[in-house]
Design a protein around this ligand. Structure first.
Ligand SMILES: [Zn+2]
Length: 429
């Protein structure tokens, strides 16, 4: 972690740079697999599962007995923990439900907006070394609250053709309607076109490697919606003399462990804090199992010392972090100055892990500066909002002349006539 003292605004762009992964051009591979699956359906899906995951799958759909087996394999302790988290996530996302308000803009003219669920959605959960069952909770719970009818989960099978049991447990707990043993580009293609076994969806959610990300982008070109542009995870901590350097170090390390391309930034007003945090990082790091990942992430990480905390907050708004921790005096009174961030953790006891797992907020958040123009996943991500209006005879008489004048000025006479014809009939009784 390199330290910068009082970096000038001219340097900020460079300091806010994320590690750009030089991606091989995946578009051709993605297109070839999509074309094959569009033409040959589930047969092609199984072919790629055999090729990429090294396992032959006869039926992609996870059966009821497989789900029962999986549930039996998850420890009671983990089940209870997942249930506590699910309860909190449910509460928080339930609170996002909007009660439609009907307003009368002009006397006799009523306007309102109602939410409708996206009928069928896909949830992609990566397999491999870290089974992200927490992401199942973060996506399936709001989907269920929104009222999505079909919640389709895809996750790559292991060498024995199984999905991680904790993923299946979380899926059945949260109302996932169908689960499929399919991963990678072939999963996204199957969800895009629909096949004999796997249905077509309208929107795809969930993290993934660069292949999955490229496939989601391609699906978007074909008319599907996706949750967020994906990128490596990030954390920015703003800390002053009131912080606990050991806590700050633990938070920076927790984010660094996500991946070698993750980035953590320490923003402070004192060089002494940097020294204390750095030494705490050294001692805490020594016992972490994912040490090499952490070290890689720390290479793209920085400590920035500004003359004061307001300037640090200004930099944070410029950087637009996915996660922001405020370990500063009277932190809650400073949140009005936060303009760009995916999710904010206030005070010394609000660790980022709380939001990753169990406090209730969603952990699917905008990365790579997208916090400037995107929100994280919420109940809104699973619904569309439809506007409604009703004009009474009084309403059209009150508003009609305004519409007639505007339509005439735009030379759209048929529009004007749609009003005039009604007004005339009303005048004639
Ligand atoms: Zn995290």
């Amino acid at each position: 972690m390199k330290t910068y003292l009082n970096p000038k605004p001219e340097q900020w762009t460079e300091l806010a740079q994320r590690k750009t992964v030089t991606k091989a051009d995946l578009n051709e591979t993605v297109k070839a697999i999509f074309d094959d699956i569009q033409k040959n359906g589930i047969k092609a899906v199984k072919k790629y599962t055999h090729y990429f995951d090294g396992v032959s799958i006869e039926n992609c759909r996870v059966t009821t007995s497989e789900i029962e087996d999986a549930i039996a394999q998850v420890s009671l302790e983990l089940k209870n923990a997942i249930q506590v988290a699910a309860e909190n996530i449910t509460q928080f996302h339930l609170s996002q439900k909007e009660i439609p308000t009907k307003i009368e803009t002009t006397s006799g003219v009523f306007c309102w907006r109602e939410s409708r669920a996206i009928d069928t959605i896909g949830i992609y959960i990566p397999g491999g070394t870290a089974p992200l069952f927490s992401t199942v909770l973060m996506l399936a719970i709001p989907a269920t609250i929104a009222g999505c009818k079909n919640i389709i989960l895809c996750s790559p099978p292991d060498k024995n053709g199984n999905i991680n049991p904790a993923i299946l447990f979380a899926a059945q707990l949260t109302g996932v309607t169908q689960m499929y043993k399919v991963g990678g580009i072939q999963a996204i293609a199957a969800l895009t076109f629909g096949t004999d076994e796997i249905p077509k969806v309208s929107k795809i959610f969930g993290p993934g490697n660069q292949y999955v990300t490229a496939a989601k982008q391609y699906a978007q070109q074909l008319g599907l919606a996706i949750d967020l542009p994906a990128g490596p995870s990030e954390l920015l901590v703003i800390a002053d003399a009131t912080c606990d350097p050991e806590f700050v170090a633990s938070d920076l390390l927790s984010q660094a462990e996500h991946g070698g391309d993750s980035q953590v930034i320490l923003v402070t007003n004192s060089e002494e804090i940097v020294t204390k945090v750095t030494s705490a990082i050294e001692s805490q790091k020594a016992i972490l199992p994912r040490q090499s990942t952490v070290e890689k992430a720390l290479e793209n990480s920085r400590a920035l010392v500004f003359q004061d905390i307001p300037t640090g907050i200004e930099f944070s708004n410029f950087y637009a972090p996915e996660h922001l921790i405020l370990s500063i005096e009277d932190a809650e009174s400073k949140i009005k100055f936060i303009e760009n961030a995916g999710s904010v953790f206030i005070g010394n006891y609000s660790c980022e892990s709380a939001g990753d797992y169990a406090s209730g907020t969603n952990h699917t958040l905008p990365t790579n500066g997208y916090a400037k123009n995107y929100s994280g996943v919420s109940l809104d991500s699973f619904i569309k909002k439809i506007t409604f209006q009703k004009l009474t005879s009084q309403g059209i008489q009150n508003l009609g002349p305004t519409i007639e004048i505007m339509a005439a000025a735009e030379q759209l006479d048929a529009h004007k006539n749609a009003v005039s014809i009604r007004l005339k009939k009303l005048q004639n009784g």
